[in-house]
Every structure is written in C-alpha cells, then in structure tokens.
Design a protein around this ligand. Structure first.
Ligand code: HEC
Length: 149
C-alpha cells in the first residue's frame, strides 16, 4: 500500500470519530450556556405578570375583583410553603386543571421548556422567600387557601 493510501484509510477510519465527537461537545456546551442564561424574572414578567402582577402579588392587570378566583399571590409565604417544587412544576406545566384548580391558570408546557419551568419555580421561591415545609393539615390548608375543599 502506498503511503498516500495508508494515510487516506487512516483519515477515513477516524473521520466518523471526529464527526461524532464535535457536535456532541458543541451541544453540551450549548445546553450548559442556555441553562445559565435563563432569566426567570424576565420570563415571569413576560408570561405571568399580567395575572400575577409584576411583583408577584396576584394583582396583575388581568386580575379583576370579578374573577371567580384570583391569581395566586406568590409572595404569600403561608400558602407557598405548603406546596412542593414538584407541585409548582406540575401546575405551571399543566395549568390549574392539572391540580384540580381553576382553568383560569393556563398550562405552559407547550410554551416553556422544562428548564424554564424549573427556573420559574426557583423564582417563585425567591418571591415568597420560603421553602416547602412538608405536608400540612387540612385545617391549615383551609386557612391559607380559600379554594381548598
Ligand atoms: C391568565 C391569568 C394567569 C396567567 C397568565 C398565569 N397564571 Fe398562574 N394562576 C392564575 C390563577 C387564576 C390562579 C389561581 C388558581 C386557583 O387557585 O384555582 C393561578 C395560580 C398559580 C399558582 C398556584 C397554584 C396552586 O397550587 O395554588 C402558581 C404556582 C402559578 N399560578 C404560577 C404561574 C406562572 C409561573 C405563570 C407564568 C408562566 C402563571 N402562573 C401565569 C392565573 C394566571
């Protein structure tokens, strides 16, 4: 085999290796970058504030006293601490009806990525300045959640 042919076959053997490594590492770098770049506050202001308010107090421009149920006040730690992060992800992804609540809370699963939804849950925790405190009694839920039955 001539030198050239040996060289060529080495290139041909190694080519798929390069082709598979390059896009993979590029994709990992890209997703790491996009995770860092998610601005949950901006997302909240864009998608949620018209109902929940710019500061999350449930007083957005679309929230009127005649609504059958008002958008949740996300700064209300007494309620927000009764819900786990998973429950918030569920209601954001699937809307109010997903958790037997009002359809006035729309589903966002087709609009936001899982990473964006997780970032929003993190932002909700900033707004209420609270953590999930574990399972609470029905008595307490009735007190903090007017819609609870
Ligand atoms: C069209 C108005 C509207 C928009 C827009 C909206 N929500 Fe809501 N949201 C509601 C209403 C109304 C409720 C109260 C539902 C209930 O208690 O039955 C609610 C409740 C919630 C709750 C509390 C759920 C619970 O367990 O009680 C969370 C969390 C929430 N919204 C997050 C969001 C996020 C995050 C966004 C933006 C991605 C958003 N909402 C956008 C109307 C809205």
């Amino acid at each position: 085999m001539s030198r050239f042919l040996r060289y060529l076959s080495a290139v041909l053997v190694l080519l798929p290796v390069f082709l598979s490594i390059t896009p993979l590492s590029a994709a990992t770098a890209e997703s790491a970058a996009s995770e860092k770049e998610i601005d949950a506050k901006a997302l909240y202001r864009h998608w949620c504030s018209q109902c929940h308010g710019l500061e999350g107090r449930g007083d957005g421009v679309n929230s009127t006293p005649d609504m059958s149920i008002n958008p949740r006040d996300h700064t209300d730690a007494s309620f927000m601490s009764t819900r786990s992060d998973e429950q918030f992800e569920d209601v954001i992804r699937g809307g109010g009806t997903r958790v037997a609540k009002s359809p006035l809370m729309p589903p966002w699963g087709a609009t936001l990525t899982d990473e964006e939804i997780k970032a929003l849950v993190g932002y909700l925790r900033e707004l209420c300045n609270c953590e999930y405190e574990g399972i609470v009694s029905h008595k307490r839920l009735r007190r903090v959640d007017p819609g609870f039955k």
